[in-house]
Design a protein around this ligand. Structure first.
Ligand SMILES: Cc1cc2nc3c(=O)[nH]c(=O)nc-3n(C[C@H](O)[C@H](O)[C@H](O)COP(=O)(O)O)c2cc1C
Length: 181
């Protein structure tokens, strides 16, 4: 596997099934490195070693200390999935207080292809900040994945995180990272 994907997960429902996203990415020949928000890392805390065995890389969730070396290879593409409502709004506002948001907010302006698939309910989506943040991300060339080829907010208490469409997120990554001539 020569191409490197950073799969970046926030603390939203499908993060519980992140191993499925890793398996699908690896089956498409992506050397997959996991970066979790600190909240998502808490969800996986007892099973982080499982994710490290699956990816063959350390799972990162915090900024390194000054002077520390990078633990992961350079990314050819980044996918934020699932993107929580909170991280969406922080990202749109330019707040990079987690490694997860730091990587993508800088990465997209360093020319790395970046896609993001949200997962939150319609009550969360109704906040005016959400539409603004989505527009701000798209203006920065982030492939924000909603509509038929992505994920649209579900009615409250009716989400099905197991059915998160990882395959659509990975299709989109391939479209932006490996465009057909
Ligand atoms: C069990 C549980 C499930 C949650 N599911 C979601 C979700 O599906 N989508 C979402 O946007 N937030 C969800 N949240 C709220 C986020 O975890 C919360 O906003 C958190 O601050 C997000 O931080 P992060 O984006 O840095 O991971 C959930 C919280 C809990 C405790």
């Amino acid at each position: 596997m020569t191409r490197v994907l950073y799969l970046i997960a926030c603390a939203a429902g499908p993060a519980e099934y992140l191993d499925e996203g890793v398996r699908q990415a690896r089956s498409r020949e992506w050397d997959t490195c996991l970066v979790l928000t600190p909240s998502a890392a808490r969800w996986w805390q007892p099973r982080l070693a499982e994710l490290e065995a699956l990816t063959g890389h350390p799972v990162r969730s915090r900024y390194k200390l000054p002077g520390q070396k990078d633990a992961l290879p350079k990314a050819d593409a980044m996918l934020v999935a699932p993107l929580s409502c909170t991280s969406l709004n922080k990202w749109g506002a330019g707040i990079a207080d987690t490694l997860a948001l730091g990587l993508v907010s800088e990465g997209v302006h360093l020319g790395v292809p970046v896609a993001a698939m949200p997962y939150f309910n319609r009550a969360q989506a109704a906040q005016p900040a959400v539409a603004r943040s989505i527009a701000d991300l798209r203006a920065q060339n982030v492939a924000f994945l909603d509509g038929p080829d992505g994920y649209d907010a579900h009615p409250p208490r009716q989400g099905d995180p197991r059915a998160f469409p990882w395959h659509l997120a990975l299709d989109a990554v391939e479209a932006i990272a490996c465009p057909r001539p």
